[in-house]
Write a protein that binds this ligand. Structure first.
Ligand SMILES: Cc1cc2nc3c(=O)[nH]c(=O)nc-3n(C[C@H](O)[C@H](O)[C@H](O)COP(=O)(O)OP(=O)(O)OC[C@H]3O[C@@H](n4cnc5c(N)ncnc54)[C@H](O)[C@@H]3O)c2cc1C
Length: 308
C-alpha cells in the first residue's frame, strides 16, 4: 500500500491527531465538504437540498466500534429519530440509511447487533425508506453478510456491500446476484493484508469490473459505488449490454466528491444516490476520504492554515 495512504489510515485511529485538529477550532470548516454536519437537522437540510435536485440519498449516522450496549442503543435511537424526522419533512420515501454493524455493537454482541439492525429496519420500512449495511474490514465480512441475509429474510430490499479489493468478493458477488439482492459494489476503504486483498490498484479495478459484470448480469439490483470515471463508464456500458433500464441499478457517490458529476449523471436520467454522513464521530470517515485521494490533503491543510 502507498505509504502516505497507510499513514493517513493510521491517523484515522489516533485520538491525539483528532484532538489536535479539533483544538484548532476548525472542525466545521474541515468536515463541511464531506460531512453534512453533526446534528439531525444538518442531515435533513442536506437531504432536502440533494433531493430537491432529483438526487437520491443514503444517510449514515457516523460512528463505529461501539462496544457497550448503551452506545449501540444510542445508534439505534439516532437512526430512528432521523427516520421519523425525514418522514415529518416528507423526505422518508425513497431514502436509504447506511448502517455499520460495529456501531450496533457487533464485536461484543453479534446477536444484539442483529436485533438492533432489525429495529432500524422496522423504522425505515415504516416510512418507506430502505436500509444498506455498510461493509467494514475483512475480519467482519462473513458475519456482516450473514446478518444481511438474516435481515433480507425480513425485508429482501436490505442491501449488502461488497469490496472489490477483497479476493473473496467475486464469489460473494456471484452468490448475492443469484439471490436477487441489492448489492453495493465499492473498491474498499480499509487497509487489508495481501492474503485477503489485492494490493495493486490495477488488480482492484479489474476485480471491480469482474464483479460489476456478475452483478449486472444477475437478477438483483447493482448499486455502483465509485467516483472512478472508468468504473462509472463500465457500469453504463454493462447496463446497456444487459438491457437494464435506469430503474434497475443505481450509481452511488459520496457527499462532496465530484458533485458536478453527480448532477451530470442525474441529468442523463440515471438514478444517482449520494451517501450523506452526519454526526459527531466524523474523524475516521474524514481520514478515509483523505487516504483515498491525497490531493484532498491540500484542502485539509488550507482549512487548518486558515483557522480562526
Ligand atoms: C456510496 C459509497 C458507499 C461506500 N461504502 C463503503 C463501504 O460500505 N465500505 C467500504 O469499505 N468502502 C465504502 N466506500 C468507499 C469505497 O470503498 C472507496 O474507498 C472510495 O469510493 C474510493 O474509491 P473510488 O471507486 O471512488 O475510486 P478511487 O480508486 O479512489 O479513484 C479513482 C478515480 O476516481 C476519481 N476520483 C476519486 N475521488 C475523486 C475526487 N475526490 N475528486 C475527483 N475525482 C475523484 C479520480 O479520477 C480517481 O483517479 C463507499 C463509497 C461510496 C461512493
Amino acid at each position: 500500500m502507498n505509504p502516505l495512504r497507510s499513514t493517513i489510515l493510521a491517523a484515522s485511529r489516533s485520538r491525539h491527531v483528532r484532538h489536535g485538529v479539533e483544538s484548532f477550532g476548525t472542525t466545521r470548516r474541515v468536515v463541511d465538504r464531506f460531512v453534512a454536519g453533526e446534528g439531525t437537522d444538518d442531515a435533513l437540510e442536506c437531504v432536502h437540498r440533494l433531493t430537491s435536485e432529483g438526487l437520491l440519498v443514503t444517510v449514515d449516522h457516523l460512528g463505529e466500534e461501539v462496544t457497550d450496549a448503551a452506545g449501540a442503543d444510542a445508534t439505534v435511537e439516532a437512526y430512528t429519530s432521523l427516520l421519523s424526522a425525514l418522514h415529518e419533512k416528507d423526505l422518508g420515501r425513497g431514502a436509504d440509511v447506511s448502517v455499520k454493524l460495529s456501531a450496533l455493537g457487533l464485536e461484543a454482541d453479534p446477536c444484539g447487533a442483529r436485533e438492533r439492525a432489525g429495529r432500524i429496519l422496522t423504522a425505515a420500512r415504516a416510512v418507506d425508506a430502505t436500509m444498506t449495511i455498510d461493509m467494514e474490514h475483512s475480519a467482519r465480512t462473513s458475519t456482516t453478510l450473514e446478518v444481511v441475509r438474516s435481515l433480507r429474510d425480513d425485508d429482501p430490499s436490505v442491501a449488502a456491500v461488497i469490496q472489490a479489493m477483497l479476493r473473496r468478493t467475486e464469489d460473494d458477488a456471484r452468490q448475492l446476484a443469484s439471490e436477487g439482492a441489492r448489492v453495493r459494489l465499492c473498491k474498499g476503504a480499509y487497509a487489508e493484508a495481501a492474503d485477503v486483498a489485492y494490493q495493486r490498484r490495477g488488480d482492484v479495478d479489474e476485480s471491480y469490473r469482474r464483479c460489476l459484470k456478475i452483478l449486472m448480469h444477475g437478477s438483483g439490483t447493482p448499486l455502483v459505488a465509485s467516483h472512478d470515471p472508468a468504473m462509472l463508464t463500465a457500469a453504463l456500458e454493462l447496463a446497456a449490454a444487459e438491457g437494464r433500464g435506469p430503474d434497475s441499478y443505481e450509481l452511488q457517490l459520496l457527499l462532496g466528491v465530484r458533485p458536478d458529476e453527480q448532477r451530470r449523471l442525474h441529468s442523463l436520467g440515471l438514478a444517482v444516490r449520494v451517501y450523506v454522513p452526519f454526526g459527531t464521530e466524523w474523524w475516521g470517515y474524514l481520514m478515509r476520504r483523505l487516504a483515498e485521494r491525497p490531493q484532498n490533503l491540500a484542502f485539509f491543510a488550507r482549512a487548518l492554515a486558515s483557522r480562526r
